[in-house]
Write a protein of this length. Structure first.
Length: 227
């Protein structure tokens, strides 16, 4: 079994608290907070972003809840489980300042999914699915500063959106974090939602513009599609 909470302490060291303000959130507080949006945590398509994710305490709890739904609904079909588990994990995002925490968060999320997957399908695990999961985690859990909106190279933090298409394919679109957070220009016009759209019910809403779009590919080929 993979432990959800590998931090026996709320801190790693006094120097990390002093230099970076690093204090971890205990499990019971994470659960209480997620219970406030329980319906969203159990929707595999709902997106979660933790802007100071540490080594993944919030994110792994979200993944646990989403995978419980995937298992309950899709476990009879390994293919359907893989497809929906990929959707679940592709909607979990994190930004973290410290590189060791980024690596740890990615590994914890991957190991937890792998453990759940292997318990269901044992030796039938699909390596292409697992490689695609790893690829998505590398794109979704990023090192950077959520205050400056810059990554470790001082470039704009860029997230990928993964949208299911026709059941078996995923369409990737990349967005800059700054475009997802800047609500208004100084003149009062909207800059976050550059594209004005109208829903089927006539409701007006706004969508940010992607900086790049990719053609849909099989969810099992994400790890090779963009090289």
């Amino acid at each position: 079994m993979i432990s959800l909470q590998n931090n026996n302490s709320l801190t790693k060291s006094k120097s990390r608290v002093r230099d970076h303000g690093e204090v971890f959130t205990p499990d019971f507080i994470v659960d209480d907070m997620l219970d406030l949006v329980k319906h969203e945590t159990e929707n595999i398509g709902s997106r979660f972003l933790e802007p100071a994710c540490g080594d993944g305490n919030f994110l792994i709890k979200v993944l646990e809840r989403k995978l419980n739904v995937v298992k309950r609904v899709y476990k009879k079909s390994q293919f359907d489980y893989e497809r929906n588990a990929l959707v679940a994990i592709s909607n979990i995002y994190g930004v973290e300042l410290l590189d060791d925490n980024v690596q740890r968060a990615q590994e914890r999320l991957y190991d937890f999914l792998l453990d759940e997957y292997q318990k269901l399908y044992k030796k039938k695990t699909n390596n292409e699915f697992l490689q695609s999961v790893r690829y998505v985690l590398k794109r979704n859990i990023l090192q950077g500063d959520a205050l400056s909106l810059k990554d470790k190279n001082d470039s704009p933090i860029t997230f990928s959106q993964w949208s299911p298409v026709n059941g078996v394919k995923i369409k990737r679109r990349d967005f800059q974090f700054v475009d997802l957070t800047e609500l208004h220009k100084k003149d009062g016009t909207r800059s976050l939602f550059a594209v004005k759209e109208v829903s089927d019910t006539g409701e007006v809403f706004y969508s940010p513009k992607p900086i790049k779009e990719y053609p849909p590919v099989s969810f099992l080929k994400l790890h090779t599609a963009y090289e």
